[in-house]
Write a protein that binds this ligand. Structure first.
Ligand SMILES: C[S@@+](CC[C@H](N)C(=O)[O-])C[C@H]1O[C@@H](n2cnc3c(N)ncnc32)[C@H](O)[C@@H]1O
Length: 210
């Protein structure tokens, strides 16, 4: 009798465990699906090693970028512009800003915000495009908040395309082989500025970057 009870309990537990693990897997898959839909739409053609998820800059990080842009002018590009916050921070300084972003939800949000803030098309433009496929030679200011895994590839692209008077400002993850001109902030909000003129003297680009 005791044996029977134990077996029945064991069978019952095994079935409910099975059901529970299906439920957990189902919930995990749905949550991941929703997350991927929001974070990675439009990314089908981007290789896995270059996929960068959306994570907004903090206010301090944005302020740090703005401080390293002071005194400069001309054209600015934000690589992976998200909801446009770096562009909206830079536009009032007089830059002609362009944000490249693959996520259609974020592009729509940034464009709507520009309209609501009364920011003209000349001050801020948002383009739904893979920035790895954009020739960046017309920009003399580049901002990027990306991921550690793409920074070396980014270095190769930028050094090959940018003019000598260009400045690159990266957030949170420094360029691994470049020596910064200056830096602002600490910890997760730290940003680094690199002047192409200084780098070109010491850094030889590789031909292929993508
Ligand atoms: C870490 S978030 C930074 C967003 C914004 N710049 C900010 O500072 O709040 C990186 C953004 O880059 C976008 N992104 C990643 N790879 C891209 C690519 N190849 N072309 C265009 N946008 C890209 C992502 O969708 C994401 O919105």
């Amino acid at each position: 009798m005791i044996l029977l009870n134990k077996t029945t309990k064991f069978l019952y537990d095994d079935k409910s465990n099975h059901r529970l693990s299906w439920l957990v897997s189902g919930i995990t898959a749905s949550v991941y699906g929703l997350w991927a839909m929001f974070v990675f739409p439009g990314f089908r053609k981007v290789p896995w090693r270059l996929k960068v998820p959306y994570l907004p800059s903090s206010t301090t990080q944005t302020d740090n970028v703005i401080n390293l842009l002071r005194g400069r002018k001309g054209k600015l590009v934000d690589l992976g512009s998200g909801d446009g916050r770096l562009v909206f921070g830079a536009a009032p300084l007089g830059f002609q800003c362009t944000g490249y972003e693959l996520n259609p939800i974020l592009i729509t949000w940034a464009k709507t915000k520009a309209l609501l803030l009364g920011i003209s098309h000349n001050q801020a433009t948002f383009v739904k495009k893979n920035f790895w496929e954009v020739d960046l030679s017309q920009y003399n200011n580049v901002t990027a908040f990306l991921a550690p895994g793409v920074m070396e590839t980014l270095e190769d692209k930028l050094i090959a395309e940018l003019r000598d008077d260009a400045r690159v400002i990266v957030c949170r993850f420094p360029c691994p082989r470049w020596i910064p001109t200056c830096s602002e902030g600490v910890g997760l909000d730290q940003v680094w500025a690199y002047d192409i003129m200084h780098l070109k003297k010491s850094f030889l680009p590789k031909k292929k970057h993508y």
